[in-house]
Design a protein around this ligand. Structure first.
Ligand code: ATP
Length: 299
């Protein structure tokens, strides 16, 4: 089941929040939606889910419109977190699961499994308002996945969580993907997307500026980094013909080259000058690619 967006646009008055966005989100993959504040991520999610109509363009999932009849197949963690503060965790989750077509006898064992997994079984009978923000977020995540959706849309799922909880949620998301769920999540943190996603789209002021498979994006960028740590001064490399860009780092230098054989030439240039502790050929980071493409820092 492929989620397809064709020339999707959303305007609010004369302001264009999403501008001619076309995407194919493959099934059973993790797709990352990146963009700074106001880039148009949430608006795109709302249109995918049918919570808001697009001004132009088409959105389909498996060649069909996404409407309320698909609720049981879709999970959504909205950006504006919202649970009923006075309800107890389990009652709340049972209720939300019921809206997705699950009987209480089915949802309760799932709820307990997830609360155990997120190491909060003791919150089962607590009211939402008694939980910290991060723990409320975990409960809301559970509500998005309890009914085992085929398509899971997560708006900034990791924001506001401490590092331990970020890892816990990431592991859960990876497991869901391996179980066959297609996952689309937004983030303003490039490293989350680099780590988790096969494909991605970077939005910038409503427009997609970079999209496709992560590996393809990196390969087609046509540049690599060489990280060097050495016991001698590396500044002589600054004017080396094979180096596209040289940057001094705390331990040595970060050099941008075009291809592997340039790295080899660079390695040879270091010989006889002293001790080389590290010489690492790396793929460019998404951040670097973004800066080169868009001409400004990401955030
Ligand atoms: P963030 O990371 O801050 O959530 P985002 O990428 O999700 O950002 P959106 O919430 O999609 O961005 O907003 C994109 C732009 O559209 C913003 O400039 C926002 O002010 C505008 N916008 C969103 N919803 C509305 C609305 N209902 N009416 C008017 N403008 C809106």
């Amino acid at each position: 089941m492929v989620l397809k967006l064709q020339n999707v646009t959303k305007t609010f008055g004369d302001f264009t929040a999403v501008d001619d966005l076309s995407l194919e989100i493959p099934e059973k993959q993790m797709f990352g939606f990146l963009g700074a504040n106001g880039a148009g991520k949430t608006t795109t999610f709302r249109m995918i889910l049918g919570l808001m109509d697009q001004t132009g363009g088409e959105i389909s999932w498996n060649d069909q419109h996404i409407g309320y009849d698909k609720s049981h197949l879709i999970g959504y963690l909205p950006e504006e977190r919202g649970l009923y503060p006075k309800l107890k965790v389990e009652d709340q989750l049972v209720y939300l699961a019921k809206l997705r077509g699950m009987k209480k006898s089915e949802s309760v064992p799932e709820i307990r499994k997830w609360l155990d997994r997120f190491k909060v079984p003791e919150y089962r009978l607590k009211k939402i308002e008694e939980l910290s923000k991060g723990n409320q977020q975990k409960i809301q995540f559970i509500s998005a996945v309890l009914h085992k959706p085929k398509l899971l849309i997560l708006d900034e799922p990791f924001s506001g969580l401490d590092p331990v909880n970020v890892e816990m949620l990431k592991a859960a998301v990876v497991e869901l993907k391996e179980g066959g769920t297609s996952i689309v999540f937004s983030s303003h943190r490039m490293e989350h997307v680099e780590q988790l996603c096969e494909s991605l789209c970077i939005m910038h002021k409503g427009k997609p500026v970079l999209k496709g498979g992560l590996k393809d994006i990196k390969r087609s960028f046509g540049k690599k980094n060489v990280r060097i740590v050495a016991d001698f001064d590396l500044s002589f490399l600054e004017n080396h013909g094979q180096i596209l860009h040289y940057r001094h780092t705390k331990e040595g230098a970060l050099c941008q080259v075009r291809e592997e054989k340039d790295a080899q030439i660079l390695f040879e240039a270091l010989q006889g000058r002293g001790f080389v502790r590290q010489f690492i050929l790396e793929e460019p980071s998404l951040e670097e690619i973004f800066i080169e493409k868009v001409g400004e820092a990401y955030e």
